[in-house]
Design a protein around this ligand. Structure first.
Ligand code: PNW
Length: 513
């Protein structure tokens, strides 16, 4: 048996143990007798990236233009440093060095995304770009050679520009194009890829249909376009899940889910109104996408439905700004995820009250969000180090949507690029992972894996290359884009290889965090 076949067999065996438990079954760690700093056997450790943020090769070998290519070529000053993803970390040519970096930290898996326009330059299947297929085949094979399993994000924000001409995600028909694209990926890579994420962070990228300058495609339709785009996303996600479930799962035997980003909302005071507001803010960010997929009744959360309907009416509108699903669509979407992919970075104070333009999702939520200034800030203005938040959010997810294993698909923080001795990142990872392992062993939450964002420094969207999220530095002034390990890489390696947070790094007491 080849090394690759052995790896695949091991991966499938581990997955069936981790993900095969029926809904509502006892958490995998129950009665395991694990020490509190020890992850369950078979826990998956990895690192993440996304195509536009690392690949470059923006028009290489037949790749089509994406909405990010178009946006940053048209408005170069949108990013903090005026730079774009044309070359990025040049992973299109240097992917083998990324694989080396992953192997050096002991990663079990690599979460990367596939660029839709690199595979389908027109967005549709009339043109399939063989060079794009070859690139991802090479990457997947290089990973498997090292015993690292690929976890593929099908969509991480880089829509083919040709589909934006039709309105992008605000056009419900984009769901059909998306499913055809997913089919090409299952057909070409599904023999070796056993873990799929349909769509990354709809709450974040649908901001591209709300306010100019935040996200591609940068359409100004706050409180309308973002809900409409999210509606299409849910149908697209469900379409890909059903396609996989019916036509590919029987032979390929993999798992497929969605990734949602949810910050923790801490009530600003101990008043009942603020507690309710904090829950409401979780519903407007996480619940908007999670409830239709993971709840037992499906559809949008009632608090979101009621508030957007009422505000739309008060604004004198004839239709609600939040679209409706038919009864059969509710059923079509419900239950379409094999795990709960969670991206989590930070926490906020949330109070009852009104802020945001009319109309907007923020205004609809009836919440006021403020930073938790007593916690340390990272190099990103929105990102504070608040380890206790990750334990609270995984508990919230498992209580609100019971029976779904949680896969943490992103977690990490940024530095300013000035040093390889990234002590704050070490504190961040060890603090957050301490809280994750306690959530598993003390609270009984079913977390099955963890992925660090990111393996290498990359294009941080509108922040350009000024926010460095990598455990490997990339020198963006050197045309060779050399990668160099930061201090945090060796700490992650210790955690990943010992399947625990070693006691020297472990925070036993949450109250201190
Ligand atoms: C995620 N926030 O985005 C994305 O999936 C990555 O592509 C990105 O590089 C990473 O997190 C770091 O930012 C987010 O403002 C961007 O709360 C911003 C926020 C959250 C997630």
């Amino acid at each position: 048996m080849s090394r690759r076949q052995e790896v695949l067999l091991a991966v499938v065996a581990a997955l069936s143990v981790l993900l095969g438990a029926p809904a509502g079954a006892a958490p995998t760690t129950a009665g395991s007798g694990n020490a509190v700093n020890q992850f369950p056997e078979g826990f998956l450790f990895g690192a993440s990236s996304a195509a536009y943020q690392i690949e470059g090769g923006w028009n290489a070998d037949g790749k089509g233009e994406s909405i990010w290519d178009r946006l940053l070529h048209t408005f170069p000053n949108l990013t903090t440093d005026g730079r774009n993803g044309d070359v990025a970390a040049d992973s299109y040519h240097k992917y083998k060095e990324d694989v080396e970096a992953l192997a050096s930290i002991g990663a079990n898996f690599y979460r990367f995304s596939i660029s839709w326009p690199r595979i389908l330059p027109t967005g549709d299947t009339n043109v399939i770009n063989q060079a794009g297929i070859d690139y991802y085949n090479n990457l997947i094979n290089a990973l498997l050679e090292k015993g690292i399993q690929p976890l593929v994000t099908i969509y991480h924000w880089d829509l083919p520009f040709e589909l934006q001409k039709l309105g992008g995600w605000t056009n419900p028909r984009i769901a059909e194009y998306y499913v055809q694209y997913a089919k090409v990926l299952f057909e070409n890579f599904g023999d070796r890829v056993k873990l799929w994420i349909t769509i990354n962070e709809p709450d974040m990228f649908t901001k591209g249909y709300a306010t100019w300058g935040q996200q591609a495609p940068s359409v100004n339709a706050s409180g309308i376009g973002d809900y409409q785009a999210g509606h299409t996303v849910l149908l697209a996600h469900a379409g890909a899940w059903h396609l996989y479930d019916e036509h590919f799962r029987p032979t390929q035997k993999g798992k497929i889910g969605i990734t949602l980003n949810i910050d923790w909302s801490e009530p600003a005071t101990d008043s009942a109104d603020d507690a309710e507001a904090a829950e409401r803010s979780l519903q407007f960010t996480g619940g908007l996408f999670a409830h239709p997929i993971f709840s037992s009744e499906g559809d949008y959360p009632s608090v979101v439905r009621l508030r957007v309907d009422a505000n739309s009416k008060a604004e004198g509108r004839g239709v609600s700004r939040l679209p409706s699903f038919t009864t059969s669509e509710v059923e079509y979407i419900r239950g379409t995820s094999d795990f709960f992919g969670l991206n989590h970075y930070t926490s906020w104070y949330v109070a009852d009250g009104v802020e945001g333009t009319v109309p907007s999702k923020t205004y609809d939520s009836g919440t006021i969000t403020t930073p938790m200034t007593e916690y340390p800030l990272t190099y990103s203005a929105w990102l504070r180090v608040i380890p206790s938040g990750i334990r609270k959010i995984v508990n919230w997810v498992s209580k609100t949507y019971p029976g779904h294993p949680i896969l943490i698909t992103e977690n990490g923080c940024s530095d300013d690029g000035s040093t390889l001795d990234d002590q704050q990142r070490i504190e961040y990872y060890t603090g957050y992972l301490s809280e994750v392992v306690k959530a598993i062993n003390v609270d009984g939450v079913d977390v099955i894996g963890y992925s660090a964002w990111s393996i290498i420094d990359n294009l941080e969207w509108m922040a350009g290359y000024t926010n460095h999220f990598g455990v490997f530095r990339v020198d963006y002034d050197d045309p060779d884009r050399p990668r160099t390990a930061k201090a945090s890489a060796s700490v992650l390696k210790k955690i990943y290889e010992s399947n625990s947070v070693p006691l020297e790094y472990f925070t036993p007491d949450s109250s201190s965090t």
